[in-house]
Design a binder for this molecule. Sequence first.
Ligand SMILES: NC(=O)C1=CN([C@@H]2O[C@H](COP(=O)(O)OP(=O)(O)OC[C@H]3O[C@@H](n4cnc5c(N)ncnc54)[C@H](OP(=O)(O)O)[C@@H]3O)[C@@H](O)[C@H]2O)C=CC1
Ligand SMILES: O=C(O)C1=N[C@H](C(=O)O)C[C@H](O)C1
Length: 255
Amino acid sequence: MTEEQETGAPGSIKVGVLGAGGRMGAEVCRAVEAAADMKLVATVDQDDSLSDATGAEVLVDFTTPDVVLENLRWCIDQGIHAVVGTSGFTEQRLEQVRGWLTDRPDVGVVIAPNFGLGAVLMMQFAARAARYFESVEIIEQHHPRKLDAPSGTAMHTARLIAAARAEAGLGPVPDATKDEFAGARGADVDGVRVHAVRATGLVAHQEVLFGATGETLTIRHDSYDRVSFMPGVLLAVRAVGDRPGLTLGLDALLD
Ligand SMILES: NC(=O)C1=CN([C@@H]2O[C@H](COP(=O)(O)OP(=O)(O)OC[C@H]3O[C@@H](n4cnc5c(N)ncnc54)[C@H](OP(=O)(O)O)[C@@H]3O)[C@@H](O)[C@H]2O)C=CC1
Ligand SMILES: O=C(O)C1=N[C@H](C(=O)O)C[C@H](O)C1
C-alpha cells in the first residue's frame, strides 16, 4: 500500500463510522471511500470499542437512539467532530449535548433528522406553508425494520410546524374527533397529528397534508434508496470541522 492509500490524499478528512455494519453505516462507508477528499480510518459496530476510532477527525453516527448519546459524549470528550443521523433527539437530549459542548468549544457536532436534500426542502416548505392552513397532519412511511415511531423527521417537522403556527398566532389544529378507536388519529406531537406507516418495500417517505376551506396542499418527499442521504452526509462531514458547537439540521449548511 502506498503512503497516500494508507493516510489518504494530503489534507483529506479522516472519517470513522459508528454503526458501520448497519443499513446507513454501510452506505456511509462506501460514500466516504469514494470521496477523493476523505479517508475511512475506522469502522465501529456494536461489539467494537469506541477507542478503535481515536484516529478519526470526524465520526459519523448511524447507530440506535439508545446508544447515540453515549457515543456523542465520547466524541466530544475526545475532541472529535461528530455528524449524527441517528434518530431520537428530543429537546432535552439536545440540551444535554449543548452542555457537553460548553466544555469543548473547539468541537463541532451536526445532528440532522434527515440528510436527504429533498427531505430538508420538504421540511422547509412545510414550515413556510404552516401559517396559511388551519389543518395539518403528517403521514410518515418507513421500512418495517425501523426501531422508532414516529420518525425523527416527522417529529422535527411537527415541531417546525408548531413553531410556525405559534409565531403566526394560529390556535390549536381544530380537527379533534369525539369518538375514536385508540390510535386512529395518530400521535400528538406538539399539537400536530403524526401517523406512522410501516411496510415491506418502503424506505423513507413523508407527506405533510395541509387543509383550509376548499383546498388542500400536500408536500411529499420519498427516499427510494439510502444513497439519497449521502450528499448530505458528505456535506456535513466537510463542514463540521469549521462549525464549533451544535448545528441542528442541514439548513445552515445549504444556505
Ligand atoms: N438522519 C438521516 O438522514 C437518517 C437517519 N437514520 C437513522 O439512523 C439510525 C440507524 O438506521 P439504520 O442504519 O437503518 O439502522 P441499522 O439497525 O441498520 O444500523 C444500526 C447499526 O448500529 C449498530 N450499533 C448498535 N449499537 C452500537 C454501538 N454501541 N456502537 C456502534 N454501533 C452500534 C448496529 O449493530 P447491530 O446490528 O449488531 O446491533 C447496526 O449495525 C436510525 O436511528 C435511523 O432512524 C436512518 C436513515 C437516514
Ligand atoms: O430509519 C430510517 O430509515 C430513517 N430514519 C430517519 C428518521 O427517523 O426520520 C430519517 C429517514 O426518515 C430514514
